[in-house]
Design a protein around this ligand. Structure first.
Ligand code: KIV
Ligand code: ZN
Length: 517
């Protein structure tokens, strides 16, 4: 970092932290999320590529499907260690062992509130069950992690008693769950420090995000001596989720200077995969992996970033480190440097006066609450510099027809002139828009890597004849993203036109950039 003062603790510099990912267990407990076997296998393989040390592959006793998934994940023979979850019940542990996992994570409620109202056992009975479970796991040759569920609302003397008992029984790791996410970082630091003074086994933490502090509590626990953290991709998990893997790891690496085995360049790719399979949209504001994590709009910021990226970014963390891209976004806060760069990137050269006019039109659009798409920038610039003749469009749309209803699979047919040749393509989808968009993508033929990156639909006025405005972003294989918009009373037509506009723009920008090289 050039000339940046950075006030951070040096305590963790060089320390190694193990990453335990529970996306496939606590993450799948996110309300409304259910992953297929195939998706679980693909996620497990991706977590292995990412460099996760251990995954909690599931809770085998929960269902036959869950047991099959854990067994199949074990069968993949990945480098990471596969762990199964069990209560302190022999049948649960047997279900894990049947799957062939190398590690069993056994848990029991230790707080009075959970112990009394959920399992109805005395404190002594709970200790006995925990010790028996640990001994049983160890007797069967597996690594054992014990969790005192709701540890952060458990009486400290009792927590010490049960932790020392399971340590004595041979447990390899003790996990301290902040089950309902009530800790703050200073309290977490104190608690972990105190637990460290009572047991010698490695400590792990599992923090929930009820107050948005899961990541901060996890890193505070590491500061206090925990050597392993439980995380999930995109922070999935019960209620408000668990600590996000990407945030926890990037804080550990770039702020504390600690080490993990994570290959951070795969963070975005992993986040997108889990977003798609889980169906839980990642907020554009989400740190590290959100759409806006490295996007700049304001004139002051973009001017600074165009000169030196450290001015308005952390400096120690770059988009490249996490597989992301820096974006300069045009809107009402845009400055002339950003607009000039955007204009040049689509192959135009403008005078100072023309630049000022483009800027003022962009601000007008921004003031009306409209995002400025690449197609808008192109059209505005073209009209100002007086280029009248439109370039030939790569896709020239001729006809669109859709069929939908409760008795047929939604189907769309699209006819267009593509690169000079007339093509007709039909496609099915979950609805008419999905079918039509798929048909347009199929027009490009096999091997053309243009993927739909974003789709936004807005009704501009009320009523069933409302004008539908669709904004679509497409991405090519190099990660170049181009967006375009179309408004129509017919949602299918608005969607198809927006997609065709975006693809045409992407192809034009690629051509322009190649010519300029
Ligand atoms: O939140 C929790 O306490 C858990 C346990 C099973 C560790 O998920
Ligand atoms: Zn949990």
């Amino acid at each position: 970092m050039r000339g940046i003062v950075f006030y951070q603790t040096e305590e963790l510099r060089g320390r190694h932290v193990r990453i335990f990912d529970t996306t496939l267990r606590d993450g799948e407990q996110t309300a409304g999320v259910s992953l297929s076997l195939e998706q679980k296998l693909l996620i497990a393989a991706q977590l292995d590529k990412l460099g996760v040390d251990i995954i909690e592959a599931g809770f085998p006793i929960a269902s036959a499907g869950e047991k099959e998934a854990v067994s199949e994940i074990v069968r993949l023979g990945l480098n990471l260690q596969v762990c199964g979850l069990s209560r302190v019940i022999q049948a649960d542990i047997d279900a894990c062992l049947d799957c062939g996992v190398g590690m069993v994570h056994t848990f029991v409620s230790t707080s009075d509130v959970q112990r009394i109202h959920t399992i109805g056992k005395s404190r002594e009975e709970v200790v006995e069950l925990a010790v028996d479970a640990v001994e049983y796991i160890k007797d069967h040759g597996a690594t054992c992690m014990f969790s005192s569920m709701d540890a952060t609302r458990t009486d400290m003397d009792y927590l010490t008693t049960i932790h020392q008992a399971v340590e004595q029984a041979g447990c390899d790791v003790i996990n301290v769950p902040d089950t309902v996410g009530v800790m703050v970082p200073s309290a977490m630091h104190r608690l972990i420090k105190e637990i460290r003074e009572t047991v010698a086994v490695p400590l792990d933490v599992h923090c929930h995000n009820d107050y948005g502090l899961a990541v901060a509590n996890s890193t505070a626990a590491v500061e206090a001596g925990a050597s392993q953290v439980q995380v999930t991709i995109n922070g999935l998990g019960e209620r408000a989720g668990n600590a996000s893997l990407a945030e926890t790891v990037m804080i550990l690496h770039t702020i504390y200077g600690a080490q993990t085995n994570i290959h951070t360049e795969y963070l975005l790719e992993t986040s997108r995969m889990v977003e798609q399979y889980a169906g839980v949209r990642v907020s554009r504001l989400m740190p590290i992996v959100g759409e806006n994590a490295f996007a700049h709009e304001s004139g002051i910021h973009t001017h600074g970033v165009l000169k030196c990226t450290d001015t308005f970014e952390p400096g120690v963390m770059t988009p490249e480190m996490v597989g992301h891209k820096r974006r300069i976004v045009l809107g009402k806060h845009a400055g002339k440097h950003a607009v000039q760069q955007a204009i040049e990137s689509v192959g135009f050269a403008v005078s100072d006066d023309q630049l000022a006019e483009v800027l003022s039109r962009i601000k007008e659009l921004g003031d009306k609450g409209k995002p400025v798409t690449d197609a808008d920038l192109y059209a505005i610039t073209e009209s100002i510099i007086g280029v009248v003749a439109r370039k030939e469009q790569f896709i020239d749309l001729k006809e669109v027809s859709v069929m939908t209803g409760n008795l047929i699979t939604p189907t769309a047919a699209v006819k267009a002139c593509v690169g000079g040749a007339v093509k007709v393509v039909a496609n099915t989808g979950v609805g008419p828009v999905d079918a039509a968009l798929g048909a347009v993508q199929n027009l490009l033929g096999e091997g053309t890597m243009v993927r739909l990156h974003d789709f936004k639909l807005e009704a501009i006025s009320g009523g069933s004849d409302a004008l539908a405005e669709v904004t679509i972003a497409v991405e090519d294989e190099t990660g170049k993203i181009v967006n375009a918009r179309a408004a129509r009373e017919d949602i299918v037509m608005a969607s198809v036109e927006a997609l065709v506009n975006a693809i045409n723009r992407l192809i034009m920008v690629r051509g322009t950039n190649k010519r300029n090289r």
